[in-house]
Design a protein. Sequence first.
Length: 620
Amino acid sequence: MGEKAYFPSGYPDEDFRSILFRYKHRIGAMNTHQSRLIMVDLFDIDSFRTSIYPRNLNHFIEATEYMLTAEEIILNHTFYPLYSPFISPEFEALMFEGMIYNQNKAFPGNYTYALFDNPYKFCPECLVSDRIEYGESYIHRVHQLNFVHICPIHRVYLIQHCYSCNQPLSSYYNMYQPTSESCPHCAKDLPSVPVVQSDTSDFLLNLSVDCLTLLQVKNHPQHITRHKYATLLWINGYKTGEKHHNNKALSTNLITYYKIENLLKVNLSIDYLKTRLALTKADFREPKTNPLVHMLLMRFLLGSAEKFIEYETPQLASPVYWGHGPWACINPLCSQFNDPVITRCSKRVSKVEYGKKLFATFKCPMCGYTFRINAGADKAYTIDHGELWYKILTSAHTDEDVANIAIKICKSKGDTNKQIKLARKKGTRVSESDLTAQLRMKKIKEKILSLTSNNNTLKRQEITNLVGIQDYAWLRKKDPEWINNTLPQRTMGNFKRKNWKKEDERISILVMQAGKELYKSQYSKRILTYTILGQLSAQDKGFFLNRRLDLPKTSETLENLIESYEAYQIRRIPITAAYLKKFNKSVSLSNFLRLDPYKNCSSSVINHINSFIDQLKEGV
């Protein structure tokens, strides 16, 4: 496997992006082109940027033979646990699928409230302790939330920039980050600033502690959180009926408890908190949930997130038949057989002759095996054996293969051969639902062809209305290629899609020209990203800021033009000399070192200053 075999394991609370950075650092892949190749190789994703939520983890685990499962990575090294107690089972499943597979419609970020800071934040004390304990420092998940300003372990303020050179400690594109307690640019130590106790600092520290608590929670699904909210709101007098809340009292008391100035520190407006707080947060009627507000509500009701998680509600009148999970996979052919890998179950009520029957269905995320257990019963009923089952059974061709499968599924050879025949029959059989779909598709296509043959001037919208919006949408989903090849293209007015490849070429040339002009003009300040972007037109600047991922060449050109602090000091030497002469001061090393840009400068910069002074003397 070559270099892939050295993919590092994760440290406690390490962000997955940090693990990937350490791998890049080990193999020397530190530019966008190399990063893109790694993303394609490990994740089958054509991008040079590392996403907040990893994608296609199954492919990654197969490519690297990684020691952790996809679920272990998600629970221990992503932000999923922060949202898990508050999102619906449907969104939870989509988040999981979006990270395990590469599905555009299941992008995890679509279902969460964005609360992340850029660039990454670091605790100076964690950098030291990590290096001592693990030999290198890394990015902690808990530090990256935009409302977390204090390390919950060391109680010091988090930093994003070096105090000495003012450079960011990490790159947005994950090209560098501190691997020790020193700045990756100027190599100077990063001092820590301890928190001085005050009402605001206590508020911020409590938030960071609660955030760390939630990130460590492995199993606290939404229905448990909802039940605890309902119980506690009822006990405290904020819930007056099954669907009735005293929202005004709850929001007023919560704002008073935390104080307005503290809430504004974490960008929470009072109007936002007053708007049906109980309904949207405690009853989860908001499409995207905000964990920050939930943490405030948890601490308000019970004193901390930890106490809320550990809180045991009074016994329910009716039992929770299947428990709160996780549940074991019962497929003997699955690699996770009898392991508690199923984290979600779907509860339903079926109508029967004598009333209603409560049941739950479970699906293994590894093999797809789906089964049902009725309330009060122990026996499981198979609904679908899953793809893995059929794949293994249909690939059995020898007596030895059959014997091995028979041992695993605890059946005789005869019964196993029957199962294999059924599996092969299922693979070649067209189901009744498939047949119905085929007939429906044929009928809709015939209707469309009839309409277009009678009137070839019909526009697509007119055809949609004549066929029926539902039928048209269904066909477009099932056979989009036929739709696009048969029907006239939609008219988009004068709108033309941008060719971002050409725009990338054009803007990268403009960026290069702007950078060269700045260097040529002896610009007196340090040349940074926005210095160069400021030379572009407002439109081109907007293109870059809003479509950065579509402009990789421009990004690379810009990165190459950005001036390091040492390069800036060297370039500024003639400008500084002119400044000294203007105020009738001698051009000497001591005078240089008194000025801010050259205080604590490196030996290399001092050598350049001395060389420049020597040239001046020779010229005289």
